[in-house]
Design a protein around this ligand. Structure first.
Ligand code: ATP
Ligand code: MG
Length: 299
C-alpha cells in the first residue's frame, strides 16, 4: 500500500523511544527537523519521511504496509502480533534488528503484603495490564486461571485503588513498583527497541535505501558499544594486558621512543572498559591509559 516514492519510517511521537529513535536516524545521516505540531517530518537530504505517531500504532502501520519501517519496543510488537493473529488480521513483518535502547521487562507484581510462592499463587486473581495478550500467553503456558483488567495507563495504582489484585506492567528500575507498595514476582517478557520492515514488495530503489540505513545503523550501534583504547604496556605483560581488552585480539603495537621495555597499544574494544579492568591493567604495569568514544565505524 505504501506507494510513495519516499521511504516512510514510523517513530514514536513523544515518549520513551522518541528521542533515541530520532537520534539514531540522525546518526545514520538522515537530516530532518521535527515540528512538534506535525505528524510528518521530511528529511532534507534523502527521500525519507518520518511519521510521528503513538507507539501502539506503529506495528499495525508496518504490518498493513502503510509505512515501510518502524522503530518500536518488542513488547508492543509482540502484543500486536498476538492480537492480530487472534483476529485473523495481517500480522507479518520482518524484524531487521534489535536496537541498543528501550530496555525493559514486562513483569507481574503483587502488593508487598501478598504471599507469593510461585506462579500458581496467581490462580483466580484479577490482574491489571496494558498487555492482555502477552499476559494471557504466559498464564496459559502455566495453566493458571485469572481475570484481567485492561488499563492503558496508571496500571501501578490499580491494586491500591481496589481494581485488581496484582499487575502486569513494564519495569526498568523497579522504582515505580516500590513507590506503589508492589514487588516483582515474575518476568514474563524482556524487551528492547527494534526496527521492523513491512513485508510488502519494495521497489529496488527503496530496498537499496533500507539496506543503506540498516548498514549505517549497524555501524552506529557497533561504534556506540565500542571504545578506542590507547595505553603504554611493559613488553613482558603485553599478552596479559591484551587479554583484558574485550574483543581487541589484534591490537596495533608500536615502539616507544627511548624505551625498549615498553610499547604503545592502540586497540578497539567491543565493550566499554569498567574501572575494575582499568585497575587490573595498571596492576599489570599499564600506564597512560586513554579510553575514547568512537563516532562512526564501518567494515
Ligand atoms: P504513546 O503515547 O506513544 O502510546 P506510551 O505511554 O505507550 O506512549 P512509553 O511509556 O513512552 O509508551 O514507552 C514506550 C516504550 O518504551 C515501551 O513500550 C517500552 O518498549 C519502552 N520502555 C523502556 N523502559 C520502559 C519503562 N520503564 N516503562 C515503560 N516503557 C519502557
Ligand atoms: Mg503506547
Amino acid at each position: 500500500m505504501s506507494q510513495s516514492k519516499r521511504l516512510r519510517i514510523a517513530i514514536q511521537k513523544s515518549g520513551r523511544l522518541s528521542k533515541e529513535s530520532q537520534q539514531l536516524l540522525k546518526s545514520c545521516g538522515v537530516k530532518f527537523n521535527v515540528n512538534e505540531q506535525r505528524l510528518i517530518a521530511h528529511a532534507d537530504n534523502m527521500p525519507i519521511d518520518l511519521l510521528r505517531v503513538r507507539d501502539d500504532d506503529i506495528p499495525g502501520l508496518v504490518m498493513d504496509g502503510v509505512v515501510d519501517l518502524g522503530i518500536i519496543g518488542e513488547n508492543v510488537l509482540e502484543e500486536e502480533q498476538i492480537e492480530r493473529q487472534t483476529l485473523n488480521k495481517p500480522s507479518a513483518c520482518t524484524k531487521l534488528r534489535e536496537l541498543d535502547f528501550g530496555a525493559c521487562r514486562l513483569s507481574l507484581a503483587v502488593p508487598n503484603e501478598f504471599e507469593y510462592k510461585d506462579a500458581t499463587s496467581l490462580e483466580g486473581l484479577r490482574i491489571a495490564t496494558s498487555y492482555p495478550n502477552l499476559l494471557r500467553r504466559f498464564m496459559q503456558e502455566k495453566g493458571i486461571n485469572y481475570s484481567d483488567c485492561m488499563l492503558k495507563g496508571s496500571v501501578e495504582v490499580a491494586p491500591r485503588a481496589g481494581l485488581s489484585d496484582g499487575i502486569c506492567d513494564l519495569v526498568s528500575t523497579g522504582a515505580t513498583l516500590e513507590a506503589n507498595g508492589l514487588y516483582e514476582t515474575e518476568v514474563i517478557y524482556r524487551s528492547m527497541a527494534c526496527i521492523i520492515q513491512s513485508n510488502e514488495d519494495q521497489t529496488p530503489e527503496k530496498q537499496a535505501l533500507i539496506d543503506k540505513i540498516l548498514s549505517r545503523m549497524n555501524g552506529v550501534i557497533r561504534a556506540r558499544e565500542s571504545k578506542y583504547i590507547l595505553l603504554h604496556a611493559p613488553t613482558e605483560t603485553l599478552d596479559q594486558i591484551v587479554a583484558l581488552l574485550p574483543g581487541a585480539e589484534n591490537p596495533t603495537v608500536l615502539p616507544l621512543n627511548d624505551d625498549t621495555n615498553r610499547v604503545a597499544i592502540h586497540a578497539v574494544s567491543s565493550e566499554d572498559l569498567f574501572w575494575d579492568t582499568m585497575e587490573e591493567l595498571t596492576a599489570l604495569g599499564a600506564s597512560s591509559i586513554l579510553v575514547m568514544p568512537i563516532e562512526k565505524m564501518m567494515g
